[in-house]
Write a protein that binds this ligand. Structure first.
Ligand code: DP6
Length: 318
C-alpha cells in the first residue's frame, strides 16, 4: 500500500495559457514541451488506516496544498480509498515558475496508482495528472511531447525521446520567492480581460505546426524563432490582462538580452519564460558552457541550474 515515484518538470516551448473548461481543467490550447532531467520531484504515497490525508513537502506539513492533492488521489484510487500519507521532496525551488506542480502531480499519480493497485495506463495517468495541473500531463512522458487539447479529453503525443535530440536547458534563477499570481488564476483572468486572448487562441495551431516540424527536422533555429515568439505572445496576453500579470523583473530582461547576444556570437540558444521571473535558455550541448557562464554573470541572477532532456514519470522503489 506504499509506493514512491519520481518525475521531472517540463518546460513548454509552445505554451499552455487558458482553460476551455475550468471545472475539468481542460486546456484551451494544445502545447509542446521538453521534459528535464536533473530537476526532480520524488513522491511517496502510503495508504493506511485513519480518516485524514496528510501531506508533507520538503520536510514540512503543507495543509494549503492538501485539498488539491486529495482530489487527485481520489481520481486515481477512487473516493472509497483509505487515507493517505503523502511525502514530497523536490531538489529545486517550488512555486517559483519552475513547473514544480508538473513534476509533483506527475509523480503523485504514478505513486498513487502503484500504491492503490489501480492499474491505470500512462495515458490515463497523464489525463488524471492534467486534471490536477494542466502541464503535469506532459511530465508523464520524456523527451519532447505534444499535448493535444482534443475535443472531449487531452491526448499526449511523444515527438522525440530523451536521447533523440540532446538539447540542454540552462535555468537562470532571478528570484526564488513564490509567484504572486498562480497560473490557474492568471489564465482565468487573461481569458476574461485580455484583448489579445482571442488572437492567442487563434494562432496557436500555426505555432504548434511550426514547432512540430522544427522538432522533426532537429532544426534549433526554427524552434528558437517560434518558441520565443510564442513565449512573448503569452506574456503579452498576461501583461494586457486586468489587473496585469507581470512575472518579469529586471534580471529577466537582462537574461533575454544576454541570450540574444550569445545568438549574435553564433550560439544556438533561445529563451523561454513561464509564470515566474526565471529564464530558461535552451541550447545545443556545444553552447552550454558559454550559456551558463553568460547567464551566471548577468546582474540579478541568483543561481544557475543546468539540465538535459529527461524521461517520463516512473516508480522508483522496486
Ligand atoms: C506558463 O499547468 O501550472 O507554465 O492547469 O492551472 O495547474 P494549471 O496550470 P499550470 O500552467 C502552466 C502554465 C505555463 C505554460 C506551460 O507550462 O505550458
Amino acid at each position: 500500500m506504499q509506493a514512491t515515484a519520481e518525475a521531472h518538470p517540463n518546460i513548454a516551448l509552445v505554451k499552455y495559457w487558458g482553460k476551455r473548461d475550468v471545472a475539468r481543467n481542460l486546456p484551451a490550447v494544445s502545447s509542446l514541451s521538453v521534459t528535464l532531467d536533473t530537476l526532480r520531484t520524488r513522491m511517496t504515497v502510503e495508504f493506511r488506516a485513519g480518516d485524514r490525508d496528510a501531506l508533507s513537502v520538503n520536510g514540512q506539513a503543507a495543509p494549503g496544498m492538501l485539498e488539491r492533492v486529495s482530489r487527485c488521489l481520489d481520481s486515481v484510487a477512487g473516493k472509497e480509498r483509505s487515507a493517505a500519507r503523502v511525502t514530497s521532496d523536490s531538489n529545486f525551488p517550488i512555486g517559483a515558475g519552475l513547473a514544480s506542480s508538473a513534476s509533483a502531480f506527475a509523480a503523485l499519480v504514478v505513486a498513487a496508482n502503484a500504491a492503490s493497485g489501480a492499474a491505470h495506463d500512462r495515458l490515463a495517468l497523464a489525463r488524471l495528472a492534467g486534471a490536477a495541473s494542466g502541464s503535469a500531463a506532459r511530465s508523464l512522458y520524456g523527451g519532447l511531447v505534444e499535448l493535444d487539447a482534443g475535443d472531449e479529453q487531452i491526448d499526449l503525443v511523444p515527438l522525440a525521446a530523451a536521447d533523440d535530440w540532446p538539447l540542454m536547458v540552462v535555468v537562470a534563477i532571478t528570484d526564488d520567492n513564490t509567484k504572486s499570481v498562480g497560473s490557474g488564476d492568471g489564465m482565468i483572468r487573461s481569458a476574461r480581460t485580455s484583448p489579445f486572448y482571442s488572437s492567442w487562441l487563434a494562432q496557436q495551431e500555426d505555432d504548434l505546426s511550426a514547432a512540430r516540424e522544427a522538432v522533426r527536422n532537429r532544426d534549433i533555429g526554427r524552434l528558437s524563432e517560434v518558441a520565443e515568439h510564442n513565449c512573448l505572445k503569452m506574456h503579452s496576453v498576461m501583461w494586457t490582462s486586468r489587473p496585469p500579470i507581470v512575472y518579469w523583473n529586471s534580471a529577466t530582461l537582462a537574461c533575454m538580452e544576454a541570450i540574444r547576444g550569445l545568438r549574435a556570437e553564433g550560439h544556438a540558444v533561445f529563451f523561454t519564460i513561464d509564470a515566474g521571473p526565471q529564464v530558461k535558455a535552451v541550447c545545443l550541448p556545444a553552447s552550454v558552457d558559454a550559456v551558463s557562464a553568460a547567464l551566471a554573470e548577468t546582474p540579478g541572477v541568483l543561481d544557475i541550474l543546468t539540465t538535459g532532456v529527461g524521461c517520463g514519470a516512473r516508480r522508483i522503489d522496486q
